[in-house]
Design a protein around this ligand. Sequence first.
Ligand SMILES: [Zn+2]
Length: 303
Amino acid sequence: MSEQIPFQKEMRFAYGVASPVAPGVRRLVAPNPGPMTDHGTNTYIIGRGNVAVIDPGPESPDHLHALLDELAKTGERVTHILITHTHLDHCAGLPALKQATGALTAGFGSVGLRRTDTLGPGGRSFADGHFTPDIPLRDGEVLSGDDWEITALHTPGHAPDHLCFAYAPAQALFSGDHVMGWNTSVIAPPEGHMGAYLDSLHRLLDYDHTAYFPGHGGWINQPQRLVKAFIMHRRWRENEIIEALQTGAQSVPDITAQVYTGLPEHLERAAQLSVLAHLERLVETGRAETPGSISLEATFSLT
Ligand SMILES: [Zn+2]
């Protein structure tokens, strides 16, 4: 089924060069390629003159200087820094960019989760629990500068503080890590929440955006088609997990081994977290149960 997802993996870019991707939108790719980040984190510049930056990216002097050089060429100034979510590959570069520009920060802000204790699929902490935006953005709020305007959409699932930003001039959505064209999103509890993720996917179908600009990978055309495929993909995975439970698998490792056959060892933990996210949803919707709390060590059965 996963091969039926209409991925859009092509991307033309050069590191260190900000290039236009839509009217009023430039993209600069950070030099942090990897299995979780594709070519690297996309930093977007919106507007001209007094501009906003979406996602500063990782802590990288090269990336910061490329961004500042691009703006210095034309005497432009960053007035706002928008954060889609506080995973470090999106916002570790924030302090340096804020210091260099004095710009105001905007994002969802605290969600009350002890984020510093959270382990990512790589087994290490990958979220910044200390981000307090100058401008907290809630669902539906509009933020504008001299030459740009966005509407924040709260889209939890990949991360509880995840925002997408709708950008009307290009009928586009900055989709962060919620929807990407190169890969499925990581939904890893406790930060990731499958029920919220599916709700956030369904929500995007209410809009008629013609392009998504994701946090990693190239821009996405016909985005609703991709969103529907992601919903179908998760439904299919959920059914596989129900089948595994029906055949008597109870632990997360056993269910994962049954559902993901031939999985390379380095992807095992990520797959287990994804299975756990599905199990959490099955418990929340009353279709499965566990005697203890939801964790990788718990056992599950159908109700
Ligand atoms: Zn992320």
